[in-house]
Every structure is written in structure tokens, then in C-alpha cells.
Design a protein. Structure first.
Length: 218
């Protein structure tokens, strides 16, 4: 059995501002996020991990590096892979949520509430099926390489929320039914064959020593 520990990166400046980052936008972690990543690492510290995978964007790489620093597992390596990047949100990237809602109301609404109706062609973005096509094979290959291991995957809120539910076999129309994932959250899936995945924890944040607010969730 392999357990995947899916981590959303620490909170960034644009998260706080309510701004889309996507796969081409990026902003630094907030100073307080470093403390929260340590709180996350304290929760994970008694688990022996085989590998850390992360998106190549700075906010995820920094989060992964900070986690590794505190885990005290000298042989643990980080592998950067573009399969774990955030959705390409095209023209909406760098826009504030409110501005994107005003300019692209149908795209924003469907992206958040009706993934089965989401058509990103107007914004020149990435669809849900396109995201699954790059993330799912990578997860399956990791399982094949490490069929009896604990694996950390540091990625992004919208991408992880969608992919995790997809791995669980949730139909596209209901991918967003449980809402989004919080910054520095942990979601754990287990699998015995790389095809069927069971959820052990969803959006776990109780190790954080502060109350979350709406800017933490996407």
C-alpha cells in the first residue's frame, strides 16, 4: 500500500489579496507561512517518506524545501515535476477574483461550481480533463515505482482539489462538492493498485495554530 500526502503550498501574497495565480503567476509566501509550514512538518515528522514531489513554481518549491528542512530525513529528496503545476488559468491569471468574476462570469462560476460545464477556451486556459491527463498518469507512475511507501506531493489548491477527487472516482460534475483546499493543508489518499484510491484525510489543518479565513481556501 502507498499513501500519498497531498500538501497545498503555504499562503502567498496573492492568496491574501484574492488574486488568481495559476501556472504562470506566482507570488512570495507570507512571512507567517514559514511558521505554518513548520507546524505542518511537526505533524508529519514521525512519518518516513520515500520522496517529495513538487510543482516547479516558487511557492510550491519553497514549501517543499521548508518541509524537508524540518523532517530531519537526510536521504529524502525533492523531485520537481511540471505535472504538479496549478491549472493554467490563461487570461485570468494575476487578476483579482472580483475582477475576473466581472469580466468572465461564466468561466469563473463554472470553474468553481460546475466543472462539467467549464469551458476555458475564452480565457485560453486549461480544462479539467487536460489537468487530469497530466496529473493522473504521474501519480500512477509514482505508485508503480514506490508501491509500499509514503509519498509527499506539494502542489496547488485548485489542481489538487480536482485531481484528488478524480483519483477517488468522483464524477466531474461533483468534483467541487466538498469545496476547496486550504493553504498548508494535508489530504491523504491510499492505494493498493494505483487505480483505486481511498481518502484517509481531507483538507486537514488542525495542526495550524490559527483560525482559517476565506482567503485560505480555493
Amino acid at each position: 500500500m502507498t499513501k500519498f500526502y497531498f500538501i497545498r503550498h503555504g499562503k502567498t501574497e496573492w492568496n491574501l489579496e484574492g488574486r488568481y495565480q495559476g501556472s504562470r503567476g506566482d507570488s512570495p509566501l507570507l512571512p507567517e507561512s514559514y511558521k505554518e509550514i513548520k507546524e505542518l512538518a511537526d505533524y508529519l515528522k514521525n512519518i518516513q517518506f520515500e520522496k517529495i514531489y513538487c510543482s516547479p513554481l516558487k511557492r510550491t518549491m519553497t514549501t517543499a524545501q521548508e518541509i524537508k528542512k524540518y523532517l530531519n530525513q537526510p536521504t529524502l529528496k525533492i523531485e520537481v515535476d511540471p505535472a504538479f503545476m496549478e491549472f493554467n488559468l490563461g487570461k485570468m491569471e494575476k487578476m483579482k477574483f472580483t475582477d475576473a468574476e466581472a469580466k468572465y462570469p461564466e468561466e469563473v462560476y463554472n470553474f468553481r461550481h460546475h466543472p462539467d460545464l467549464y469551458d476555458p477556451s475564452k480565457i485560453e486556459g486549461e480544462s479539467y480533463p487536460e489537468l487530469f491527463a497530466r496529473m493522473t498518469p504521474k501519480i500512477q507512475k509514482i505508485y508503480e515505482r514506490y508501491p509500499e511507501s509514503n509519498i509527499l506531493v506539494v502542489s496547488h489548491g485548485a489542481a489538487l482539489g480536482a485531481e484528488i477527487r478524480h483519483l477517488m472516482g468522483i464524477p466531474l460534475a461533483h468534483i467541487r462538492d466538498k469545496g476547496g483546499l486550504a493553504n498548508t493543508s494535508t489530504t491523504i489518499l491510499k492505494t493498493n493498485d494505483g487505480k483505486k484510491f481511498d481518502c484517509l484525510e481531507w483538507n486537514k489543518t488542525d495542526y495550524l495554530k490559527r483560525k482559517l479565513d476565506v482567503t485560505d481556501i480555493i
